[in-house]
Write a protein that binds this ligand. Structure first.
Ligand SMILES: Nc1ncnc2c1ncn2[C@@H]1O[C@H](COP(=O)(O)OP(=O)(O)OP(=O)(O)O)[C@@H](O)[C@H]1O
Ligand SMILES: [Mg+2]
Length: 316
C-alpha cells in the first residue's frame, strides 16, 4: 500500500489520479506560491494543504488554519489580524492574530470563498503588500506567512455571481490543485477502504477483518457525497459493529447515507442515465446489495444490472 507519512499524519495514494495530485502538491511544496485547493467536501483538501506545508521549507514553523465559513465577520477580522488592547469594547488585552502567529509558516484560509466581501478586500491588500495592521494598531507589521486557501465550491462560479472577488482569486490561484470526487473511482475506493480497514482494526484492537465481494461492490457503487471522510466513517463503523472476521454487504448497506431523494434528483436538467443510476443505487441499498433481488425489483436481468454498474464505474 502506497502511503505517505508527514507530521504524524498518514495519507494514502489510492490511485493514479491521487498520485498526480500529490506530484503537483510536491511541486507546490518546493515553491512559496500561494495555492488554491478546490474540491467537494471530504476530498482531502486540508490534508493536501498540510502535506504542502509538511514537505516544504516551512515545515518546522507553525501551520495554522482559519475557517472562513464558520466565524462571524467581526471576529474573523480580529482572528486574522489581531488587536491592540483597547481597540474595541472588550479588547482588554492585546491579541496577536493568525497572520502573525503563523509567521515563517503557513496559514490555511479554509473555505476562503465564504469570506465576506469586505474582508476579501482586506485580504487582497495583505497579499499585495505583505503587511498587516492589528486592529487599533499604529504600526504596520511585515509578515512572512505562506497562504494556502481551500474552497468546496467552484470559485469561478462565485466570481460570476458576485460573491468572490476576481482580483483575490487571481492572487490565491497562483497554483491550483483540484481534489477529485471519489465516486466512480473504483480503485481509489478499494484501496482507501482497505487502508481504513487496517487503521481502524488497529485502533479498536480487532483482528484484521476483510471485506466480502458484496461489500466491495456496494462501496464501489455508492455515490460518496461525503467523499473520503464518508468512506473512512463507514469503514470505522463497520469495523466497530461487525462480530465476524468478514464485513458483508448487508453490514455496509445500512451504514451508507442514502443517495439524494428521487424528487431532488429529477429536479433540474438531469439526464435519463443519471436518474437511472440513482434509482439503481437506491434499489441496491434496499436489498442490502443483493443484485438478484435488486434486478428482480428493477425488472431487468442480473446481467444487465452488472453491466450498468460497471458502466457507472468506468464513466464517473
Ligand atoms: N489520501 C488520503 N488518505 C487517507 N486519508 C485521507 C486522504 N484524503 C483525505 N483523508 C481523510 O479524509 C478526511 C477528510 O479530509 P479533509 O479534512 O482533508 O477533507 P476536506 O476536503 O478538507 O473536507 P471539508 O471540505 O469537509 O473541509 C480526513 O479524516 C482525512 O484524514
Ligand atoms: Mg477542510
Amino acid at each position: 500500500m502506497n502511503t505517505i507519512s508527514f507530521h504524524e499524519r498518514v495519507m494514502l495514494v489510492g490511485d493514479d489520479l491521487m498520485g498526480q495530485l500529490l506530484h503537483l502538491a510536491r511541486k507546490a511544496a518546493g515553491s512559496e506560491a500561494t495555492v488554491l485547493v478546490c474540491g467537494e467536501s471530504g476530498t482531502g483538501k486540508e490534508l493536501i494543504a498540510r502535506y504542502i506545508h509538511g514537505m516544504g521549507n516551512r515545515k518546522d514553523n507553525p501551520f495554522l488554519s482559519i475557517n472562513c465559513a464558520a466565524i462571524p465577520e467581526g471576529l474573523m477580522e480580529a482572528e486574522l489580524f489581531g488587536f491592540e488592547k483597547g481597540a474595541f469594547t472588550g479588547a482588554w488585552v492585546q491579541r496577536i492574530g493568525k497572520f502573525e502567529r503563523a509567521m515563517g509558516g503557513t496559514l490555511l484560509l479554509d473555505e476562503v470563498t465564504e469570506m465576506p466581501l469586505a474582508l476579501q478586500a482586506k485580504l487582497l491588500r495583505v497579499i499585495q503588500e505583505g503587511e498587516i495592521d492589528r486592529l487599533g494598531g499604529k504600526e504596520t507589521i511585515r509578515i512572512n506567512t505562506r497562504l494556502i486557501a481551500t474552497s468546496n465550491k467552484e470559485p469561478l462560479k462565485l466570481i460570476q455571481s458576485g460573491h468572490f472577488r476576481e482580483d483575490l482569486f487571481y492572487r490565491l490561484n497562483v497554483l491550483r490543485i483540484d481534489c477529485p470526487p471519489l465516486r466512480g473511482r473504483k480503485e481509489a475506493i478499494q484501496t482507501l477502504a482497505s487502508f481504513f480497514l487496517g487503521t481502524h482494526c488497529e485502533k479498536y484492537s480487532k483482528n484484521t477483518v476483510k471485506l466480502t465481494r458484496s461489500a466491495e461492490e456496494l462501496l464501489a457503487a455508492h455515490s460518496w457525497p461525503g467523499n473520503i471522510r464518508e468512506l473512512g466513517n463507514v469503514i470505522e463503523r463497520a469495523v466497530l459493529l461487525t462480530e465476524r472476521d468478514e464485513i458483508h454487504g448487508d453490514e455496509i448497506a445500512h451504514l451508507l447515507v442514502s443517495p439524494k431523494g428521487f424528487e431532488e434528483v429529477i429536479q433540474g436538467e438531469r439526464s435519463l442515465a443519471e436518474i437511472e443510476k440513482v434509482h439503481i443505487e437506491r434499489t441496491l441499498q434496499g436489498t442490502q446489495g443483493n443484485k438478484t433481488e435488486a434486478a428482480k425489483k428493477l425488472g431487468i436481468s442480473v446481467r444487465t444490472l452488472r453491466n450498468k454498474l460497471r458502466q457507472y464505474q468506468d464513466v464517473a
